[in-house]
Each structure stands twice: as C-alpha cells, then as structure tokens.
Design a protein around this ligand. Structure first.
Ligand SMILES: C[S@@+](CC[C@H](N)C(=O)[O-])C[C@H]1O[C@@H](n2cnc3c(N)ncnc32)[C@H](O)[C@@H]1O
Length: 196
C-alpha cells in the first residue's frame, strides 16, 4: 500500500500545485499556530512538494515523504533550514524524543495505518512536544453522505474520504490543546495535541 501510494504521488506530483491552491487557506491557519511557538526541531511527515517550507519561519525542519518526486519538488523550496528524507511515517529512523513539534498536514487520511504513524510521532516527540494535524474529518451532518459518495473515487486518489477522528485511537495518549474547525460544518480541522 505504501509503495503504491508512493508511486501514485510520484506521478501526481506534477499536478499537486493545483491541489495545493485549495489547501492553502487552511495551511495558513496551521502555519500561524506553528510560528507562534519557540524555535524548535520540527518533523513534517508527508512533506509533499514543500511549497510551504518557507512559512515555517525560524524552526529547523525535517521533512519526510515516501515519494521521491514530491521530495525532489520540495528541495526547490528549501530555504536552507530543511532536511528532506525519503522515509515512511510508519517507521521513523529517528531516536526517541528527538523533536519538539510534528506536523501531519493532509496526510493522516493518506497513510495506510494512521495509528501506527501516530505511535511513531508519539515516540519521537519530546515530552511536552506538540503535534499538529490538519485534515478533513467526516462530520455527523449531511456532508457524511458526500464523503460516502466520493469514497470509490477517493481510493483511486489514495486517501480516505470517509475519515473520522474516532478512528485515531492513539490520539488518546496525547492531551488535546486546541481544536479549530473551519469550512462548512467544520469539515476541516486543525488539531493541536501534546505529548504529556
Ligand atoms: C496530500 S499530500 C500532502 C502534502 C503536504 N503535507 C501538504 O500539506 O501539502 C500527502 C503526502 O503524504 C505522502 N505520504 C503518503 N504516505 C506516506 C507515508 N506512509 N509516509 C510518509 N509520507 C507519506 C505522499 O507521498 C504525499 O506527498
């Protein structure tokens, strides 16, 4: 699954700037939050084409992705504060408590085992370290039918359109710091959680 997703993103990387236009307004909120924090080591899992790297400001970034094409695109946007590595978020090659912050921006519904990724993030975060999750979450309103309808197509695009926060059982190990909902019916959410 990871390999197929990587192959998909290797081909899709050329079109990703178009998708990014839709995601930009939500990412602005994410970066505003991240930039308020003291300078730290930040891990982004599924860094994608890295167009946003410049918005991380003072932080030292480690960006990982399974798609070489996405990483190659990201290298063009590195302003000198990012290490970009080919790696699977389910199996991080970092020591325990290595990072102050972690970011999962539109990735948690793409990876094939989100709870394993969250467990890995928990391991590599320092106590008190913060994780930012930006994603759509299927709400309990009529939008759930739209997600359901879109499900067969979303598989072709390697993400899950029907995706609920309750599926993220490992999140219980973290403390919720902030939840910001945006879009109709708070379809998109920014979750900020902390490792105790
Ligand atoms: C929808 S894009 C999001 C990119 C970026 N975070 C953003 O917000 O624009 C999802 C990215 O996650 C990467 N990805 C998918 N599965 C992964 C995994 N298991 N480990 C690391 N990256 C993964 C994909 O290659 C792709 O670049």
């Amino acid at each position: 699954m990871t390999e197929r997703t990587a192959n998909f993103y290797n081909k899709f990387s050329i079109c990703y700037p178009l998708v990014d236009i839709l995601l930009k307004p939500q990412k602005k909120i994410l970066f505003k939050e991240v930039c308020l924090l003291p300078k730290g080591n930040l891990l982004e899992i599924g860094v994608g084409n890295g167009q946003h790297l410049k918005y991380y400001g003072k932080h030292q970034i480690t960006g990982i992705d399974t798609s070489i094409a996405m990483l190659n695109a990201a290298k063009k946007y590195d302003t000198g504060n990012a290490d970009l590595l080919e790696m699977d978020g389910k199996q991080l090659h970092f020591s325990d408590k290595a990072f102050d912050y972690a970011v999962l921006s539109h990735v948690i519904a793409v990876v094939d085992d989100p709870n394993r990724v969250l467990s890995e993030v928990y391991r590599v975060l320092k106590p008190g370290g913060k994780l930012f999750i930006l994603n759509h979450f299927t709400p309990n309103n009529c939008l759930k039918y739209v997600d359901k309808m879109f499900e067969p197509f979303s598989k072709a695009f390697h993400f899950r359109s029907v995706f609920k926060i309750s599926e993220l059982t490992v999140l219980k190990q973290f403390t919720l710091v902030k939840e910001v909902g945006f879009g109709w019916g708070s379809y998109f959410k920014l979750l900020v959680v902390e490792k105790p």
